[in-house]
Design a protein around this ligand. Structure first.
Ligand code: NAD
Length: 334
């Protein structure tokens, strides 16, 4: 098995899962995982924008490729860097697909995104959940979304012209422990968890947009389970992988505060990037194909994510270690 993007959030979790399932795994990325060592059998630092590196990554009898490498980040990052993101990801995906074909890979899973969906279908916070066919007529997010949609099409062409076995997964906002929570590439659940962890009870935190924009969020364990199941399925076309639990960003903030046991007020920054107004996954096709769908609730997933981020900030000396009294008080509540 090959996992690209294995130094990143989802890729690292996937390598752990594949190793636990007993597979031999080659991992590739520009960097090692940030928060713990990878259990991969081989970890190679390769820039997959380069054709020769893609040939190297897929050499020596790799059966299945999970193609997760991408230049990406949260809404702030993907709205700021259209040219670099589109160019980098175009190179990675075109070269990885062809190198996989030439090296005899038997199955190739491409990680796409809900950013491929037509923006005109996401203008209302009370959005109709997006079905796979809602990606056309094409009107995806600039840069990142256009590139993902084009790479999906490439997979379909390879499937049609070469009988190349591809899988296309459209993630909807994945979050969880071991994900980036600082530095500009973090996504909303991690960014909000960091802000809440660094705030004192009664403080105010900044929230991008008016807080009424909506999204659904999927906990990383569900994401990994879905990836493995989709790879094993016989379904070639795009599938949503997300939850149907729609929340406003304000509700998300409240849930993080609840996980932290803090009461904070929100300062809405209307200039902050907020992306489409509303986005939710329609899982009908996923249920139909897999007879399964993500089940971990947002409240449950956020509790685990918040605890991990709080602990990381504590280890980094950015928040004070709690007193014995506070710890026992917390345990009594839990
Ligand atoms: P991530 O940024 O943590 O991981 C992506 C990894 O790709 C990074 O470690 C990065 O170093 C690596 N990479 C970037 N350019 C590379 C290059 N030229 N060569 C080799 N490696 C390179 O992101 P993630 O959240 O783990 O996302 C994994 C995949 O899922 C990506 O394709 C992403 O577009 C997709 N996705 C994620 C989400 C989400 O909510 N996390 C949503 C939609 C789609």
């Amino acid at each position: 098995m090959l996992v690209t993007g294995a130094g990143g959030f989802i890729g690292h979790h996937l390598v752990k899962r594949l190793k636990a399932d007993g597979y031999w795994v080659r991992a590739v990325d520009l960097k090692y995982p940030e928060y713990e060592a990878s259990p991969a059998d081989e970890f190679e630092i390769l820039d997959l924008r380069r054709w020769d590196n893609c040939l190297m990554a897929t050499r020596n009898g790799i059966d299945e490729v999970y193609s997760l490498a991408a230049d990406m980040g949260g809404i702030g990052y993907i709205t700021a860097f259209h040219a670099a993101i589109a160019r980098n990801n175009t190179l990675i995906n075109a070269h990885m697909l062809e190198a996989s074909r030439q090296n005899g890979v038997t199955r190739y899973l491409f990680s796409s995104s809900a950013c491929v969906y037509a923006q005109s279908k996401q203008l209302d916070a009370d959005v109709t959940p997006l079905r796979e066919e809602d990606a056309f007529p094409a009107q995806p997010e600039p840069g990142y979304g256009w590139e993902k949609l084009y790479a999906e099409e490439l997979c379909r062409y390879y499937c049609h012209d070469y009988n190349f076995e591809s899988r296309i997964v459209r993630f909807h906002n994945v979050y969880g422990p071991l994900g980036t929570y600082d530095g500009g590439k973090e996504k909303a659940p991690a960014a909000l968890s960091r802000k809440v962890a660094l705030a004192s009870d009664g403080d105010e935190i900044e929230v991008w947009g008016d807080g009424k924009q909506t999204r659904s969020f999927m906990y990383v364990d569900d994401c990994i389970e879905g990836l493995v199941r989709i790879m094993a399925s016989n379904y070639h076309d795009a599938l949503n992988l997300g939850t149907e639990e729609l929340v406003t960003i304000d509700q998300l903030v409240d849930m993080v505060c609840e996980a932290a046991g803090k009461r904070l007020s929100k300062r809405h920054n209307l200039q902050g990037p907020q992306g489409v107004r509303g986005r939710n996954s329609d899982n009908a096709r996923l249920r139909n194909v897999l007879n399964w769908e993500p089940a971990i609730s947002l409240r449950q997933g956020l509790r685990r994510t918040y605890s991990w981020i709080e602990e990381e900030l504590r280890k980094a000396g950015r928040i004070a270690t709690p007193t014995k009294a506070a710890v026992s008080g917390k345990q009594a509540v839990a």
